[in-house]
Write a protein that binds this ligand. Structure first.
Ligand code: UDX
Ligand code: UDX
Length: 431
């Protein structure tokens, strides 16, 4: 099938490469010209394991091309996937301006019976709004032959996006009519033949499945973090409690720590909270999830201060891991940034290291030092703060670390080390 993907961000590029691997012909558009040039040169503009290989395969097979012009992509496509960003504003409301603009381009230029697919995360009811907008606006004249609307949210986690896209736990497809559903089934036919589950519904239901699923996953993180705080108070081992609980398949695995960050959980939780408020159905559990997440960062920072004798000024602190999770270079709302800001405000000398995040942060935070290895960051540090569980930090030889440090405080923001081992080595273990 001929398919357009509009928005060549992290979701758009992964979607384009996946659809090409299913045998479709993809034309991918983005307003960002330098991004398109990079992609045309076979480069992925961000780090995502396995994506470069999948994309290269699609380009070599001549199944993916790129353009800076939405119209070029839309005119001959049977299906148009919209993957543009839908940020949450300061008021908590999802900004769908970019999505609306793409929908208008679709309305003007689509082929007869083409389906407009919303992949970006949006509040429940957005597809309906877009459909009304296209149908009712007299200036959008290209309605000959009709069109369909579908909501096909993504459930890709960064660092495993390629596997998540190729072998999803389920395909969620909301449509406004049977013909759009049939088209979407043709798009995903190779996956459906492999037995991947299809959940089909109306568009609004599919939209809510996405935002509620992310909010639920975020709630699990805040829940286990509060359980971990309790464990530390009564002398239970938080990681073991999480493992013990998670063996019940109804609960599943959870990792306690400094809390969630990234481009999705914080934004999606905030958006659902605001939407629920607007519908007069407040979500008090989710409100607590959000508050607990940001409180956790400050609680842990308070414990670091205490371990340093409430005297942070002039102390050298190493931040290990700046990305919001391992195997990505994404720093959106990363807990490490909260620590960097707090430490700099309190007068500490901060040296950060991350295997994938580049030192451009140094320009954004005046006074922040950047190391080219974990050991370099640690050398001379009074405290080390692990914010992201990259394997190379888990594998550090802590005897060597102890020798290189000027102090002995270790903040284990992701429960990767053993309290007992570290205390035996003479560290002050902080969680
Ligand atoms: C985006 C959404 O933010 C998220 O809500 C959704 O779940 C998935 O899609 P992501 O791919 O991470 O996530 O966003 P981003 O990396 O910002 O990429 C969006 C791309 O769309 C950018 O490359 C941007 O240039 C492009 N864009 C934006 C357009 O091509 N046209 C526009 O009008 C606006
Ligand atoms: C998430 C969802 O998993 C994915 O389905 C959706 O499409 C986008 O949002 P992502 O943000 O890439 O994906 O990462 P995820 O692995 O879910 O982790 C999010 C944050 O929660 C990270 O900061 C991670 O460190 C934290 N987390 C996650 C925990 O602290 N403990 C956990 O048990 C799980």
């Amino acid at each position: 099938m001929k398919i357009a993907v509009i928005g060549a961000g992290w979701v758009g590029v992964t979607t384009a490469a996946t659809l090409a691997s299913l045998g479709h012909n993809i034309i991918c558009a983005d307003v960002n010209v330098s991004r398109i040039q990079k992609l045309q040169a076979g480069e992925v503009p961000f780090f995502e394991p396995g994506l470069l290989d999948l994309l290269t395969e699609g380009i070599r097979a001549e199944r993916i091309t790129f353009t800076g012009n939405n119209r070029d992509a839309i005119t001959s496509a049977e299906v148009v996937f919209c993957c543009v960003n839908t940020p949450t504003g300061n008021d908590g409301i999802t900004d769908i301006k970019a999505l609306v603009a793409v929908a208008k381009d679709f309305a003007r230029h689509h082929a007869p019976q083409a389906v407009f697919v919303i992949k970006s995360t949006v509040p429940g009811g957005t597809a309906k709004k877009i459909q009304d907008l296209i149908t009712e606006d007299a200036t959008l004249t290209n309605h000959d032959g009709g069109f369909g609307i579908a909501s096909n949210p993504e459930f890709l986690a960064e660092s495993t996006a390629v596997t998540d896209a190729l072998r999803p736990a389920r395909l969620v497809i909301g449509t406004n009519d049977l013909s759009a559903l049939e088209t979407m089934k043709r798009v995903y036919a190779p996956m459906l033949e492999q037995g991947i589950k299809l959940f089909s519904s109306d568009c609004t239901t599919a939209e809510v499945v996405k935002t509620a699923a992310n909010s639920f996953l975020a709630t699990r993180v805040s829940f286990i973090n509060e359980v971990a705080n309790y464990c530390n108070a009564v002398g239970a081992d938080p990681m073991s409690v999480a493992l013990g609980m998670g063996l019940d398949p109804r609960i599943g695995m959870m990792r306690p720590g400094v809390g969630y960050g990234g481009g999705c959980f914080p934004k999606d939780v905030q958006a659902l909270l605001t939407e629920a408020e607007r519908q007069h159905t407040p979500m008090t559990v989710l409100q607590a999830t959000h508050q607990a997440n940001y409180r956790q960062r400050q609680l842990l920072y308070g414990r670091l201060r205490q371990a340093l004798g409430d005297d942070v000024a002039g102390k050298q602190v190493a931040i290990l891991g700046v990305a919001f999770k391992p195997k990505t270079d994404d720093i959106r709302d990363a807990p490490a940034l909260t620590f960097i800001e707090n430490l700099l405000a309190d007068g500490a000398r901060v040296v950060a290291y991350d295997p994938k995040v580049k030192s451009r942060l140094v320009r954004e935070y005046s006074g922040l030092g950047w190391a080219s290895s974990a050991l370099q960051a640690i050398t001379g540090a009074h405290a080390i703060v692990l914010m992201c569980e990259w394997q190379e930090f888990v594998d550090l030889d802590m005897t060597t670390v102890k020798k290189l440090m000027a102090g002995q405080v270790v903040v284990d923001g992701r429960y990767v080390w053993s309290r007992q081992t570290l205390e035996e080595l003479g560290f002050t273990y902080v969680v």
